[in-house]
Design a protein around this ligand. Sequence first.
Ligand SMILES: [Zn+2]
Length: 674
Amino acid sequence: MAGYLDLPITMSLRLRSSVSTDSGPEDRDISRQSGIANAILTITISSGVSWGLTLQAEFRVATDRGRTVAQSADSEQAFSVINTWMDSCNSDHQSQCADASQPPLLPTRVLDVNPVGLDIDLVCLRDDQNKVERAANYVALSHCWGKCIPFATTVENLEDRKREVRIEDMSRVFQEAVLITRRLHIRYLWIDTLCIVQNDRHDWEVEAGRMAKVYMDATVVIGASNSNADDQGFLGPRDHRGSIKWPGSLSNGRTSCLALSLLPPAGQRWTSGRDPVSLEPLQSRAWCLQERYLARRILLYGAKQLFWECRAISRAEDGDLRLGNLHNLNRLRGTASIKTTIFGPRPAGDSEINYRGWYEMVEEYTQRSITHQSDRFPALSGVADAVAQTSRDKYLAGIWRQGLVEGLLWCALNGQESLKPTSYRAPSWSWASAEGPVQFIVYHFLERCRWKRGIADYEQLATFVDCDVTKDGPDIYGALSSGYLRVHAPLLPVKRLCPTDNNPSFPEELLPPLRNPTVENVVELDVGNQSFYLNAGFDLTPGPGLLQQQLFVLFLARLPDGNHGFSPFMEHRFGLLVRRTDKESEVYERVGIIDSPILTKSASRGFLMMLIRLLENVLLFLERLSPSTDRSPISNLTPQLFVPSRTLTEEPEEEMPPDPLPEIRRHSVSVTLV
Ligand SMILES: [Zn+2]
């Protein structure tokens, strides 16, 4: 038939189940009783089998006030959701979250939000002299101080505050925390600014050391996620763009409002693979990260809705729920105890791997801003201490001894922009020596090579010899004044280094597809009588002095080509670019990273590279089309599975494929990195 386009497209509209209540499907009451959506309308658009592509969208439909998320964070509806979450955590997560046996010991000082004998608009500070109980449930606040004048406790006002504090005098964020604590029927609240005497150095040092325990023991932590500063409240009306409303009337004469808002496809969430509050003020502060990880339960007041994270689940006010919680001490401790490392036979299924939780947390941590760069270790020392208590592992400048090589293989994402720090922070081999976000490349490598079949296991090329760090202060996980690391690994001098961006006519075969974007140089090395090339990146913009020095490549790991020579350019090497600081005793300093296939100049391989690059781009384009994708680009540092499910179903390689350049290993020496 002329003009008729025969495309295999079908479209269906389906109304799926309604959430039942005890009294049956009474639409006027359902939202109020359940607090969640009561019907889901699914629209499926399918392009047919021949395309192999299915697009699907779901809409959640709510009646009554027309919302699945409360209009305001301090509304009755919002508090009823919180109470449901608390009840479910207490009854369903006995082993993980609830220790019903006895309430925790109270911190040194706490705010009593329901003091007997005082007016409703008054609270008071309690310490050992006026505490009415030693152990009780309490709430802890995680907040951004911001630039406002802090409502702080000082030596001068401490005694007055133990008698009474007018709620209306407090910072807005503190007032709201008092309100929430009261609504949760908890009597005590801990706020750092109020409960630590801010101008008493001794008090501050003692209490800072106890802070991690305060957050760990709190019944619940309130995360004022949406507040920039203590004078900017986080409760209040929310922005609800993206929902459509239809007012209507019910058969009994009452009016109702039907609202539709778009939800993610079944079994997924919009925030899939991403942290839903990652862009909010609280998540931009380095110091607040461990408060979230240490918390047994945290209630995050986001700009659009509430989020709950406990040791068992994470959930959102719109009904989104996920088992497990990435931002949680239990996960860190769990992966710290796993014997399977990334170097060795790849685990089957969706299993965790040694220290992956820790390094993902560091990636998140390094994206946050920190006022004093010297706080890099101190602001993480609470979680490091908590992890060490279960793992019994040695902590080496932010890296764990049992997860050493993966911890050394970081790349600085802002490397080309940053400047050398003026004061000492960390040894050059530690991620903390870089300013700005870092990425641990072995966990992200497979994201760049997901098209590749028959991928083999990583092989470690370096062995640990010795290490020590010198503390700068009393905290054993805190600031450092020096540190060295000795490893036995292949070391080769760089014959030539050439930046790729200065050279538009760079041979195709030396620019592999989807390479690490921070790796912007090519180094030439000789082994035996053979020349080969690797892509390398500097941690900091190299000055002319550095470029004139003799540089070396320290090989740390290998990812063999699982295709046994079919695609030889995929034989991959990971290592460090180093410079020698002391020739006599073989002391080196890290200046960059090696993340590269072994490259050789060959015309046929150049064509193959182009083809692979084209395939990669087609695949990326298709993945962007698919709503079910849970992958992020290489620059996205969000924690996620590093092994794509496709490769997991494949049989692991039986044995390590042979090394095409075995001569490199003959150059193994013991080197000291500082
Ligand atoms: Zn729980």
